[in-house]
Design a protein. Structure first.
Length: 386
């Protein structure tokens, strides 16, 4: 029994098992169809809501479970073992719901959270911009006061928003024209789906992996929102947008370990069953070296992810920890999926096995949520006291 198994509570195990059952019952039968059609898995997310997966971190008062972040990582890792696209769609939805739970008014929570917990309303955070990356202090999207004084108009461009376009509520990070009281003026506004407001349009980006996971570029041209759409206070946008960054990065690490686990298990089964030259492929030393390296890296990545998740659950979050977990797990997902294909030889390159999907899905994890290079810089700067 591993160290992590010794420290898991009954609640942790129940949520992990529930996620595993949901994955087997709902996600696995749909995974290849989602990959083939590239359709957003809305019905799967609705069933995730019915099974309590979408409310793991959300308050009980709005239908959630108010569980801890380790529970969430255990669940999302299970889902990623079958579909990275479904896991990433749930991840994007979760990190649109959390700011509403933390900073929303009672009216905003009642309007959005219960439906988001049930999967009836999908969320998306629109932060990244073509010329600003994900730095809230460099945004060019603006929120100007409407002439009637009852709200704002949002104008700007956003890139790579998970669930953008298919979401029912978009959290738009925009710069309100600053006053001395506002500081930088970066704020967050709750905008509806793209079909519900004139001037809100969306162009989907086609990725080489994570098919079914919808992301792309949003354009807002004087999109009107009411004054009640402001989340938190004017000037709180940086805190809101970056307040869950350690959680988001660690969650991406959990998705990476999930994908890597699936590929590793495929490699083990093949190496044990496939015979070449009169003996199992796994009996060849070259294959054994690959298996040992995959096994060790996967264990190391998982422990980093769980350690970061447990620290967050204990209100002792560390950006250094989450950055290590994110980049090591991302790199491990690439390494394991690539070498699982290598173990399979030519068969691993065929599309009738899920290995090539795992390989393509793993790649994006070293880019989204802050590239591997950014994570390493963050870790090194903290270690060096810079």
């Amino acid at each position: 029994m591993t160290l992590i198994e010794n420290v898991l509570s009954e609640e942790h195990r129940e949520i992990r098992d529930r996620a595993a059952n949901f994955t087997a019952d709902v996600v696995e039968p749909e995974a290849e169809r989602i990959e083939r059609t590239d359709e957003f898995p809305r019905e799967v997310l609705e069933q995730a809501g019915e099974r309590g997966i979408l409310g793991i971190l959300l308050p009980e008062a709005y239908g959630g479970e108010d569980s801890d972040f380790l529970s969430y990582c255990l669940a999302i890792e299970q889902i990623a073992q079958v579909s990275g696209a479904v896991a990433e769609s749930i991840h994007g939805h979760t990190f649109a719901a959390l700011p509403i739970a933390t900073f929303g008014t009672e009216e905003q929570k009642e309007t959005h959270l219960e439906a988001m917990v049930r999967g009836e309303s999908i969320g998306s955070m629109l932060l990244t911009e073509p010329d600003a990356g994900s730095s809230p202090t460099e945004l060019s999207t603006v929120a100007t006061e409407r002439d009637d004084g009852d709200g704002y108009r949002l104008s700007g461009e956003k890139s790579f928003g998970t669930n953008a376009g298919v979401a029912d509520v978009h959290l738009v990070v925009a710069r309100k024209q600053p006053t001395p009281e506002d500081g930088h003026g970066v704020s967050v506004f709750l905008a509806p789906g793209v079909d519900e407001r004139d001037g809100f349009t969306f162009d989907r980006v086609e990725f080489m992996g994570m098919r079914g996971h919808v992301t792309g570029d949003s354009t807002l041209e004087d999109v009107p929102v009411d004054r009640s759409a402001l989340l938190g206070e004017v000037g709180q946008g940086f805190r809101i947008a970056m307040g869950t960054i350690d959680m988001a990065r660690t969650g991406l690490g959990a998705i990476g370990t999930g994908i890597a686990t699936a590929a590793f298990e495929e490699a083990l089964e093949y190496a044990g069953d496939r015979e070449q030259g009169g003996k199992a492929v796994g009996e060849y030393q070259a294959v054994q070296v690959l298996v040992a390296e995959m096994d060790a890296r996967l264990d190391g990545a998982r422990h980093l992810v769980y350690d970061s998740a447990a620290s967050i659950a204990a209100d002792d979050a560390s950006t250094r920890q989450s950055s290590k977990a994110k980049y090591v797990a991302s790199d491990t997902a690439e390494f394991v999926t690539r070498n699982a294909i290598q173990v399979h030889g030519g068969k691993g390159y065929q599309t009738d096995l899920p290995l090539e999907r795992y390989y393509r899905d793993a790649k994006i994890l070293s880019i989204i949520g802050g590239t591997t290079e950014i994570q390493k810089t963050t870790v090194a700067s903290d270690a060096l006291g810079l």
